[in-house]
Design a protein around this ligand. Structure first.
Ligand code: KIV
Ligand code: ZN
Length: 510
């Protein structure tokens, strides 16, 4: 039997630190449920002390998830540890992940602490965390640029204090694969009590090496990898879960360990994270990009038709791509709708939300002849998101005529009260956004607007992404509809709802 490689997913914490990727409590719970279904071992649900919203999200994930361990991040401070312990009370299996910076530059310039003080604070934090759970992870932040002798010292001390996982972060994505692997090997060899903890890798992708560095760590003894769906994360992102898991699974001749992951849920998780955050997956992204299994060159197509393995090293269906993509039409019944969504990993928390989604499905089927998996996922995402929003689109009327100004009249329901506004400008989308903004009393700057098609054909759902800025905070909004002006209005309203839900929060690396 190969060793077990633990998958620690931090999409909901480090992934969410990406500007614009903030998620609501309900969105986090939806993603956590898919991660659980995928058999992720540990889900880092957030940074409980960062804000009341983060606390509530960690708590909600802890209560919703049964099979995965739920984790909260905490600086090496009493108040952080207590808040994390509190938020995780309802978890079936809980982990506290505490950290403090160990590189000379961080200790001097950020913490203004001596190495002795840093060790003392780390030990104290681990001991305090052990009062809440016997599953405690310690990370020497910026380990990738820390002195190795000092790392050995702090790791030995924190394991002695009760840390059961030692995570080695390359916080700034500075390391190179052979060097990062050598560091992991050397730490495991040199720390006298290293056999009492699992060693873990946490890599950032600033040089495009996060997956390579993590794999090198695994080859050198790491038995946990921290990663995110689609590689989401600050700056250039974190190690991509799907790439790491499929590299280890596909090359079992190279790795003497394997994960528990049910890879058939990978695509559904990727799509959900992309639609919740508005971070579009590039077509040539490994495993989950639209072209990942598409063969354009005639010679490749010919080879694949004769014998698939001539050009394919993985099977598309093993990561959730469905070869039979046409799923439903206007005559499909409620049961078939529900069964297909269950296969896609979507669950409904009530009969009412299932009925609402089914009603929207019928409306869509009237406009669009063929309904694909992607359409169903977009539709359900919208149904689940809208249920908890305070601003809702009631109706939209747009008049456009060549050479004339465009007029948009929008009716919104704001906290269950209907309000109407009209705006006239040179563009239909611009007039729609102006009418909507006139009904909310805060400043918003539109930083990015993009449209893409969810599936093929002129009757396809158009998916709009907007990036809004409010008081220095960046939020992404998404909306889908067969009419792209309506999709634009939905995306804008989605962003506004997120701005209203957002609260000030601390950042763990400050
Ligand atoms: O990148 C990093 O150092 C982190 C730590 C908090 C583990 O995210
Ligand atoms: Zn990180």
């Amino acid at each position: 039997m190969p060793d077990k490689l633990i998958i620690f997913d931090t999409t909901l914490r480090d992934g969410e630190q990406s500007p614009g990727a903030s998620m609501t409590k309900d969105e986090k719970v939806r993603i956590a449920k898919v991660l659980e279904k995928m058999r992720v071992d540990v889900i880092e649900a957030g940074f409980a002390i960062a804000s009341p919203g983060d606390f509530a999200a960690v708590q909600a994930v802890a209560n919703a998830v049964q099979d995965s361990t739920v984790c909260s991040l905490a600086r090496a401070l009493d108040k952080d540890i207590d808040r994390a312990g509190e938020a995780l009370k309802g978890a079936n299996s809980a982990r506290i992940h505490t950290f403090i910076a160990t590189s000379d530059i961080h200790m001097k310039m950020k913490l203004n602490m001596t190495p002795d003080q840093v060790v003392e604070q780390a030990v104290r934090a681990v001991k305090r965390a052990r009062k809440y759970t016997d599953n405690v992870e310690f990370s020497p932040e910026d380990a990738g640029r820390s002195d190795e002798d000092f790392l050995c010292r702090i790791i030995e001390a924190t394991i002695a204090a009760g840390a059961t996982t030692i995570n080695i972060p390359d916080t700034v994505g500075y390391n190179i694969p052979h060097q990062f692997g050598a560091t992991i090997k050397s730490l495991i060899e040199r720390v006298p009590n290293s056999d009492k903890a699992i060693f873990s890798a946490h890599c950032h992708n600033d040089l495009g090496l996060a997956v390579a560095n993590s794999l090198s760590a695994v080859l050198n003894g790491a038995r946990q990898v921290e990663c995110t769906i689609n590689g989401l994360g600050e700056r250039a992102g974190n190690t991509s879960l799907e790439e790491l898991v499929m590299a280890v699974r596909t090359r079992q001749d190279v790795f003497d360990c394997d994960t528990n992951i049910d890879t058939t849920h990978i695509l559904a998780a990727s799509r959900l994270v992309s639609s919740v955050t508005g971070f579009i997956v590039q077509p040539n992204k490994a495993i989950v990009g639209a072209n990942a299994f598409a063969h354009e060159a005639g010679i490749h197509q010919d080879g694949v038709l004769k014998h698939r393995e001539t050009y394919e090293i993985m099977r598309a269906e093993d990561v959730g791509w469905n070869t039979n993509k046409l799923v439903m039409g206007k005559h499909s019944g409620r049961n078939a709708f529900k069964v297909r969504l269950t296969e896609l990993g979507v669950e409904f928390d009530s009969e009412e939300s299932l009925n609402d989604a089914f009603r929207r499905f019928k409306e869509l089927a009237d406009k669009k002849h063929e309904i694909f998996d992607e359409d169903l996922q977009a539709l359900v995402s919208e149904t689940q998101t809208e249920a908890s929003e305070s601003i809702k689109l009631v109706s939209l009327k747009v008049c456009t005529e060549t050479g004339e100004e465009n007029t948009a009249t929008v009716v919104l329901s704001v906290d269950d009260k209907e309000q109407t506004a009209t705006a006239k400008t040179s563009g239909a989308v611009d007039a729609t956004f102006s009418a909507i903004s006139s009904l909310v009393d805060f400043e918003i700057n539109l930083q990015l607007y993009s449209v893409s098609n969810v599936t093929q054909g002129t009757d396809a759902l158009g998916e709009v992404n907007v990036r809004l800025e409010h008081n220095g905070r960046i939020i992404n909004g998404q909306g889908a509809d067969t009419d792209i002006i309506t999709a634009s209005a939905k995306a804008y309203i989605h962003g506004l709802n997120k701005i209203m839900a957002a609260t000030d929060r601390a950042h763990p690396q400050i």
